[in-house]
Design a protein around this ligand. Structure first.
Ligand code: NAD
Length: 359
Protein backbone atom coordinates (compact mmCIF):
# COMPACT_ATOMS: atom_id res chain seq x y z
CA UNK A 1 0.00 0.00 0.00
CA UNK A 2 1.37 3.41 -1.04
CA UNK A 3 -0.14 6.23 1.05
CA UNK A 4 -0.11 9.54 -0.82
CA UNK A 5 -1.02 12.96 0.49
CA UNK A 6 -2.21 15.17 -2.35
CA UNK A 7 -1.90 18.93 -1.82
CA UNK A 8 -3.12 20.61 -5.03
CA UNK A 9 -2.65 24.11 -3.53
CA UNK A 10 -3.70 27.12 -5.60
CA UNK A 11 -4.17 28.32 -9.16
CA UNK A 12 -2.99 25.88 -11.84
CA UNK A 13 -1.64 23.68 -9.03
CA UNK A 14 -5.16 22.26 -8.80
CA UNK A 15 -5.46 21.67 -12.55
CA UNK A 16 -2.09 19.95 -13.05
CA UNK A 17 -2.42 17.85 -9.89
CA UNK A 18 -5.79 16.55 -11.15
CA UNK A 19 -3.98 15.20 -14.21
CA UNK A 20 -1.30 13.53 -12.08
CA UNK A 21 -3.85 11.82 -9.82
CA UNK A 22 -5.76 10.54 -12.86
CA UNK A 23 -2.49 9.18 -14.26
CA UNK A 24 -1.44 7.55 -10.97
CA UNK A 25 -4.86 5.86 -10.72
CA UNK A 26 -4.42 4.49 -14.25
CA UNK A 27 -0.95 3.18 -13.40
CA UNK A 28 -2.28 1.72 -10.15
CA UNK A 29 -4.98 -0.22 -12.04
CA UNK A 30 -2.54 -1.34 -14.71
CA UNK A 31 0.13 -2.66 -12.35
CA UNK A 32 -2.07 -3.57 -9.42
CA UNK A 33 -0.42 -0.98 -7.17
CA UNK A 34 -2.61 -0.02 -4.23
CA UNK A 35 -2.44 3.76 -3.91
CA UNK A 36 -4.35 5.37 -1.08
CA UNK A 37 -5.03 9.04 -1.87
CA UNK A 38 -5.84 11.67 0.69
CA UNK A 39 -6.35 15.27 -0.45
CA UNK A 40 -6.01 18.37 1.74
CA UNK A 41 -6.01 22.16 1.46
CA UNK A 42 -2.63 23.87 1.35
CA UNK A 43 -1.30 27.38 0.73
CA UNK A 44 -3.84 30.09 -0.14
CA UNK A 45 -6.79 27.69 -0.10
CA UNK A 46 -5.85 26.65 3.45
CA UNK A 47 -5.55 30.33 4.48
CA UNK A 48 -9.08 30.94 3.17
CA UNK A 49 -10.49 27.98 5.10
CA UNK A 50 -8.39 27.94 8.29
CA UNK A 51 -6.44 31.21 8.41
CA UNK A 52 -3.06 29.44 8.07
CA UNK A 53 -1.19 28.14 4.99
CA UNK A 54 -0.88 24.67 6.52
CA UNK A 55 -2.61 23.18 9.54
CA UNK A 56 -0.92 21.00 12.15
CA UNK A 57 -3.21 18.18 11.03
CA UNK A 58 -1.97 18.36 7.42
CA UNK A 59 1.65 18.39 8.62
CA UNK A 60 0.91 15.27 10.65
CA UNK A 61 -0.70 13.60 7.63
CA UNK A 62 2.34 14.50 5.51
CA UNK A 63 4.62 12.81 8.00
CA UNK A 64 2.56 9.64 8.13
CA UNK A 65 2.16 9.34 4.35
CA UNK A 66 4.75 7.69 2.09
CA UNK A 67 4.97 10.71 -0.19
CA UNK A 68 3.42 14.12 -0.74
CA UNK A 69 2.38 15.31 -4.20
CA UNK A 70 2.10 19.09 -4.30
CA UNK A 71 0.70 21.44 -6.96
CA UNK A 72 1.75 25.04 -6.36
CA UNK A 73 0.85 27.78 -3.91
CA UNK A 74 0.25 31.51 -3.97
CA UNK A 75 -1.53 34.18 -5.95
CA UNK A 76 -2.36 37.90 -5.85
CA UNK A 77 -5.23 37.29 -3.43
CA UNK A 78 -2.76 36.51 -0.62
CA UNK A 79 0.12 38.83 -1.63
CA UNK A 80 -0.77 41.55 0.86
CA UNK A 81 -0.88 39.23 3.88
CA UNK A 82 1.80 39.36 6.54
CA UNK A 83 4.87 37.34 5.64
CA UNK A 84 4.23 34.86 8.49
CA UNK A 85 0.91 33.63 7.09
CA UNK A 86 1.65 33.80 3.36
CA UNK A 87 1.09 30.66 1.25
CA UNK A 88 4.87 30.15 0.79
CA UNK A 89 5.24 29.76 4.57
CA UNK A 90 3.29 26.52 4.19
CA UNK A 91 5.97 25.18 1.87
CA UNK A 92 8.72 26.03 4.33
CA UNK A 93 6.79 24.43 7.21
CA UNK A 94 6.23 21.26 5.19
CA UNK A 95 9.89 21.00 4.19
CA UNK A 96 10.89 21.52 7.80
CA UNK A 97 8.42 18.93 9.10
CA UNK A 98 9.78 16.30 6.70
CA UNK A 99 13.40 17.48 7.14
CA UNK A 100 13.62 17.69 3.37
CA UNK A 101 17.37 18.16 3.06
CA UNK A 102 17.92 17.09 -0.57
CA UNK A 103 16.23 18.87 -3.44
CA UNK A 104 16.32 17.03 -6.77
CA UNK A 105 15.84 19.00 -9.98
CA UNK A 106 16.24 17.13 -13.27
CA UNK A 107 16.84 19.06 -16.48
CA UNK A 108 16.09 16.93 -19.53
CA UNK A 109 16.09 18.22 -23.07
CA UNK A 110 13.47 16.28 -25.05
CA UNK A 111 14.44 15.84 -28.73
CA UNK A 112 11.09 17.24 -29.85
CA UNK A 113 11.54 20.38 -27.73
CA UNK A 114 15.20 21.05 -28.48
CA UNK A 115 14.41 24.31 -30.23
CA UNK A 116 12.83 25.71 -27.03
CA UNK A 117 16.30 26.10 -25.52
CA UNK A 118 18.10 29.40 -25.88
CA UNK A 119 21.30 27.45 -26.65
CA UNK A 120 22.23 25.89 -30.00
CA UNK A 121 20.64 22.51 -30.66
CA UNK A 122 24.00 20.71 -30.98
CA UNK A 123 24.97 21.91 -27.48
CA UNK A 124 21.75 20.86 -25.70
CA UNK A 125 20.86 17.75 -27.69
CA UNK A 126 20.63 14.78 -25.30
CA UNK A 127 21.15 16.83 -22.12
CA UNK A 128 20.00 14.88 -19.06
CA UNK A 129 21.19 16.40 -15.77
CA UNK A 130 20.07 15.92 -12.19
CA UNK A 131 20.91 18.73 -9.76
CA UNK A 132 20.96 17.69 -6.10
CA UNK A 133 20.79 20.79 -3.90
CA UNK A 134 21.23 20.80 -0.12
CA UNK A 135 18.00 22.37 1.13
CA UNK A 136 17.94 22.79 4.90
CA UNK A 137 21.37 24.20 5.76
CA UNK A 138 23.99 26.64 4.51
CA UNK A 139 23.79 30.40 4.22
CA UNK A 140 19.97 30.57 3.99
CA UNK A 141 19.65 29.24 7.55
CA UNK A 142 23.02 29.94 9.24
CA UNK A 143 23.32 32.08 12.37
CA UNK A 144 24.21 34.81 13.16
CA UNK A 145 22.14 36.65 10.60
CA UNK A 146 20.47 40.05 10.36
CA UNK A 147 21.06 43.74 9.84
CA UNK A 148 22.50 45.77 12.72
CA UNK A 149 23.33 49.40 13.22
CA UNK A 150 26.97 50.22 13.89
CA UNK A 151 28.08 52.99 16.32
CA UNK A 152 29.00 55.06 13.25
CA UNK A 153 25.33 55.00 12.19
CA UNK A 154 26.15 52.78 9.24
CA UNK A 155 24.25 49.48 8.85
CA UNK A 156 25.83 46.03 8.60
CA UNK A 157 24.20 42.93 7.09
CA UNK A 158 25.37 39.45 8.07
CA UNK A 159 24.60 35.89 6.98
CA UNK A 160 26.53 32.80 7.96
CA UNK A 161 27.54 29.92 5.73
CA UNK A 162 28.10 26.81 7.82
CA UNK A 163 27.79 23.06 7.33
CA UNK A 164 28.45 20.14 9.64
CA UNK A 165 29.99 16.90 8.44
CA UNK A 166 26.66 15.11 8.98
CA UNK A 167 24.78 17.60 6.79
CA UNK A 168 27.30 17.17 3.97
CA UNK A 169 27.43 13.39 4.33
CA UNK A 170 23.67 12.83 4.08
CA UNK A 171 23.12 14.95 0.97
CA UNK A 172 26.26 13.45 -0.65
CA UNK A 173 24.88 9.96 -0.13
CA UNK A 174 21.62 10.90 -1.86
CA UNK A 175 23.57 12.35 -4.81
CA UNK A 176 25.91 9.35 -5.08
CA UNK A 177 22.97 6.92 -4.91
CA UNK A 178 21.20 8.75 -7.73
CA UNK A 179 24.39 8.82 -9.82
CA UNK A 180 24.74 5.08 -9.27
CA UNK A 181 21.27 4.56 -10.83
CA UNK A 182 22.17 6.82 -13.79
CA UNK A 183 25.46 7.27 -15.70
CA UNK A 184 27.64 6.97 -12.56
CA UNK A 185 29.18 10.43 -12.65
CA UNK A 186 28.94 13.01 -9.88
CA UNK A 187 30.14 16.62 -10.09
CA UNK A 188 30.43 18.26 -6.69
CA UNK A 189 30.36 22.06 -6.78
CA UNK A 190 32.05 24.25 -4.17
CA UNK A 191 34.30 27.24 -3.58
CA UNK A 192 37.00 25.36 -1.71
CA UNK A 193 39.71 27.73 -2.93
CA UNK A 194 38.26 30.60 -0.87
CA UNK A 195 35.87 29.30 1.82
CA UNK A 196 36.84 27.05 4.75
CA UNK A 197 33.36 25.54 4.93
CA UNK A 198 33.70 24.55 1.29
CA UNK A 199 37.04 22.87 1.97
CA UNK A 200 35.16 20.71 4.46
CA UNK A 201 32.45 20.16 1.81
CA UNK A 202 35.01 18.94 -0.75
CA UNK A 203 36.91 16.74 1.70
CA UNK A 204 33.70 15.12 3.01
CA UNK A 205 32.21 14.44 -0.44
CA UNK A 206 35.54 12.94 -1.55
CA UNK A 207 35.65 10.64 1.50
CA UNK A 208 32.05 9.41 1.04
CA UNK A 209 32.85 8.71 -2.61
CA UNK A 210 36.07 6.85 -1.82
CA UNK A 211 34.66 4.77 1.03
CA UNK A 212 31.07 4.07 -0.10
CA UNK A 213 30.74 4.73 -3.84
CA UNK A 214 34.04 3.81 -5.53
CA UNK A 215 32.07 2.85 -8.66
CA UNK A 216 30.89 6.46 -9.19
CA UNK A 217 33.27 8.85 -10.94
CA UNK A 218 33.65 12.03 -8.86
CA UNK A 219 34.63 15.43 -10.25
CA UNK A 220 35.01 18.64 -8.19
CA UNK A 221 34.36 22.04 -9.78
CA UNK A 222 34.51 25.54 -8.35
CA UNK A 223 31.11 27.16 -8.68
CA UNK A 224 32.22 29.87 -11.11
CA UNK A 225 33.68 27.25 -13.43
CA UNK A 226 30.59 25.02 -13.00
CA UNK A 227 28.29 27.86 -14.06
CA UNK A 228 30.41 28.33 -17.18
CA UNK A 229 30.76 24.63 -18.07
CA UNK A 230 27.00 24.10 -17.68
CA UNK A 231 26.31 26.22 -20.74
CA UNK A 232 29.54 25.25 -22.53
CA UNK A 233 29.37 21.46 -22.25
CA UNK A 234 26.04 20.57 -20.57
CA UNK A 235 26.08 17.04 -22.00
CA UNK A 236 29.14 16.13 -19.93
CA UNK A 237 27.16 16.44 -16.67
CA UNK A 238 25.21 13.61 -15.07
CA UNK A 239 24.51 14.43 -11.40
CA UNK A 240 25.52 17.79 -9.90
CA UNK A 241 25.77 18.16 -6.11
CA UNK A 242 25.79 21.63 -4.57
CA UNK A 243 25.09 23.42 -1.31
CA UNK A 244 21.88 25.41 -0.77
CA UNK A 245 22.88 28.70 -2.41
CA UNK A 246 25.02 27.39 -5.30
CA UNK A 247 22.37 24.70 -5.94
CA UNK A 248 19.63 27.34 -6.01
CA UNK A 249 21.45 29.19 -8.79
CA UNK A 250 22.75 26.21 -10.77
CA UNK A 251 19.39 24.39 -10.75
CA UNK A 252 17.76 27.43 -12.39
CA UNK A 253 20.62 27.70 -14.87
CA UNK A 254 20.30 24.04 -15.85
CA UNK A 255 16.51 24.40 -16.06
CA UNK A 256 17.00 27.14 -18.61
CA UNK A 257 18.87 24.67 -20.83
CA UNK A 258 15.52 22.97 -21.40
CA UNK A 259 13.68 26.23 -22.05
CA UNK A 260 10.26 25.52 -20.58
CA UNK A 261 9.04 25.97 -17.02
CA UNK A 262 5.96 23.80 -17.59
CA UNK A 263 8.18 20.74 -18.11
CA UNK A 264 10.27 20.85 -14.93
CA UNK A 265 9.58 18.46 -12.03
CA UNK A 266 11.28 18.35 -8.63
CA UNK A 267 11.58 16.27 -5.50
CA UNK A 268 12.59 17.14 -1.95
CA UNK A 269 13.78 14.09 -0.09
CA UNK A 270 13.98 14.13 3.68
CA UNK A 271 14.50 11.96 6.70
CA UNK A 272 10.77 12.22 7.50
CA UNK A 273 9.30 11.79 4.00
CA UNK A 274 9.42 13.27 0.51
CA UNK A 275 7.64 16.02 -1.43
CA UNK A 276 7.17 15.97 -5.20
CA UNK A 277 6.15 19.15 -7.01
CA UNK A 278 6.50 21.01 -10.28
CA UNK A 279 9.12 23.79 -10.28
CA UNK A 280 6.58 26.33 -11.58
CA UNK A 281 4.24 28.40 -9.44
CA UNK A 282 0.47 28.79 -9.42
CA UNK A 283 0.46 30.89 -12.64
CA UNK A 284 -2.53 33.12 -11.77
CA UNK A 285 -2.40 34.59 -15.28
CA UNK A 286 -3.65 31.33 -16.81
CA UNK A 287 -5.60 29.88 -13.87
CA UNK A 288 -8.95 28.22 -14.67
CA UNK A 289 -8.45 28.34 -18.45
CA UNK A 290 -7.43 24.68 -18.88
CA UNK A 291 -4.30 25.71 -20.79
CA UNK A 292 -1.58 24.93 -18.18
CA UNK A 293 1.05 22.36 -19.08
CA UNK A 294 0.59 19.37 -16.73
CA UNK A 295 3.87 17.66 -17.72
CA UNK A 296 5.97 19.11 -14.84
CA UNK A 297 3.46 17.62 -12.40
CA UNK A 298 3.24 14.35 -14.34
CA UNK A 299 7.04 14.02 -14.29
CA UNK A 300 7.03 14.84 -10.56
CA UNK A 301 4.75 11.83 -10.11
CA UNK A 302 7.25 9.75 -12.08
CA UNK A 303 10.01 10.90 -9.70
CA UNK A 304 7.79 9.90 -6.78
CA UNK A 305 7.35 6.38 -8.14
CA UNK A 306 11.10 6.10 -8.68
CA UNK A 307 12.53 7.63 -5.51
CA UNK A 308 9.84 6.91 -2.89
CA UNK A 309 8.59 3.53 -4.14
CA UNK A 310 11.45 2.12 -6.26
CA UNK A 311 8.94 1.56 -9.08
CA UNK A 312 11.42 2.40 -11.83
CA UNK A 313 9.40 0.56 -14.48
CA UNK A 314 6.25 2.62 -13.81
CA UNK A 315 8.28 5.87 -13.76
CA UNK A 316 9.81 4.85 -17.04
CA UNK A 317 6.37 4.27 -18.56
CA UNK A 318 5.39 7.85 -17.68
CA UNK A 319 8.57 9.20 -19.21
CA UNK A 320 8.13 7.20 -22.41
CA UNK A 321 4.48 8.24 -22.73
CA UNK A 322 5.35 11.94 -22.35
CA UNK A 323 8.03 11.57 -25.05
CA UNK A 324 5.58 9.84 -27.40
CA UNK A 325 2.89 12.47 -27.00
CA UNK A 326 5.46 15.18 -27.74
CA UNK A 327 6.80 13.24 -30.74
CA UNK A 328 3.27 13.06 -32.10
CA UNK A 329 3.22 16.84 -32.10
CA UNK A 330 0.82 17.60 -29.22
CA UNK A 331 1.70 20.78 -27.31
CA UNK A 332 0.18 22.91 -24.59
CA UNK A 333 0.24 26.67 -25.27
CA UNK A 334 3.52 27.32 -23.37
CA UNK A 335 5.54 24.96 -25.62
CA UNK A 336 3.49 25.41 -28.79
CA UNK A 337 5.25 25.85 -32.13
CA UNK A 338 3.74 26.38 -35.56
CA UNK A 339 2.56 23.18 -37.22
CA UNK A 340 1.92 21.37 -33.92
CA UNK A 341 -1.45 20.43 -32.41
CA UNK A 342 -2.41 22.70 -29.52
CA UNK A 343 -4.14 20.95 -26.61
CA UNK A 344 -5.32 21.98 -23.15
CA UNK A 345 -4.25 20.71 -19.74
CA UNK A 346 -6.86 17.94 -19.41
CA UNK A 347 -6.44 16.79 -23.00
CA UNK A 348 -2.65 16.58 -22.58
CA UNK A 349 -3.27 14.42 -19.51
CA UNK A 350 -5.67 12.19 -21.41
CA UNK A 351 -3.17 11.72 -24.26
CA UNK A 352 -0.39 10.73 -21.84
CA UNK A 353 -2.69 8.25 -20.09
CA UNK A 354 -3.69 6.75 -23.47
CA UNK A 355 -0.01 6.15 -24.24
CA UNK A 356 0.51 4.53 -20.83
CA UNK A 357 -2.32 2.11 -21.53
CA UNK A 358 -0.67 1.15 -24.83
CA UNK A 359 2.77 0.31 -23.37
P1 NAD B 1 4.83 31.00 -12.14
O1 NAD B 1 5.77 29.86 -12.25
O2 NAD B 1 3.54 30.74 -11.50
O3 NAD B 1 4.55 31.59 -13.60
C1 NAD B 1 5.56 32.20 -14.42
C2 NAD B 1 5.06 32.22 -15.88
O4 NAD B 1 5.15 30.89 -16.43
C3 NAD B 1 3.61 32.65 -16.03
O5 NAD B 1 3.46 33.40 -17.21
C4 NAD B 1 2.84 31.36 -16.15
O6 NAD B 1 1.64 31.45 -16.89
C5 NAD B 1 3.86 30.44 -16.83
N1 NAD B 1 3.70 29.06 -16.39
C6 NAD B 1 4.10 28.54 -15.20
N2 NAD B 1 3.78 27.24 -15.14
C7 NAD B 1 3.17 26.92 -16.29
C8 NAD B 1 2.59 25.73 -16.79
N3 NAD B 1 2.58 24.58 -16.10
N4 NAD B 1 2.02 25.77 -18.01
C9 NAD B 1 2.01 26.90 -18.74
N5 NAD B 1 2.54 28.05 -18.32
C10 NAD B 1 3.12 28.08 -17.10
O7 NAD B 1 5.64 32.16 -11.38
P2 NAD B 1 5.11 33.60 -10.88
O8 NAD B 1 4.15 34.17 -11.87
O9 NAD B 1 6.33 34.33 -10.53
O10 NAD B 1 4.33 33.30 -9.53
C11 NAD B 1 2.92 33.15 -9.41
C12 NAD B 1 2.59 32.71 -8.00
O11 NAD B 1 3.15 31.42 -7.76
C13 NAD B 1 3.16 33.64 -6.93
O12 NAD B 1 2.21 33.78 -5.91
C14 NAD B 1 4.40 32.91 -6.45
O13 NAD B 1 4.73 33.24 -5.12
C15 NAD B 1 3.96 31.47 -6.57
N6 NAD B 1 5.05 30.49 -6.73
C16 NAD B 1 4.87 29.31 -6.08
C17 NAD B 1 5.81 28.32 -6.23
C18 NAD B 1 5.57 27.00 -5.54
O14 NAD B 1 4.46 26.74 -5.13
N7 NAD B 1 6.58 26.15 -5.40
C19 NAD B 1 6.92 28.50 -7.06
C20 NAD B 1 7.04 29.71 -7.74
C21 NAD B 1 6.09 30.71 -7.57
Amino acid sequence: MARLLILPGDGIGVEVTDVSVYLLKTLGDKHNIKFEFETALFGGSSIDAYGVPVTAEVLKKAKSSNAVLLGAVGGPKWDSLEYEIRPEKGLLALRKELEAFANLRPAVVYPSLQSASTLKSEIVEGVDIMVVRELTGGIYFGAPRGITKLPSGEEKGVNTLSYTTTEIERVSRVAFQIARKRRKKLTSVDKANILDVMELWRRTVARIGREEFPDVELEHLYVDNAAMQLIRRPKSFDVILADNMFGDILSDESAQLTGSLGMLPSASIGSGGAIYEPVHGSAPDIEGKDIANPIASVLSSAMMLKYSFNMDHAADEIDRSVRRVLEKGYRTADIYEKGMTKVGCREMGRLIVEEIKKI
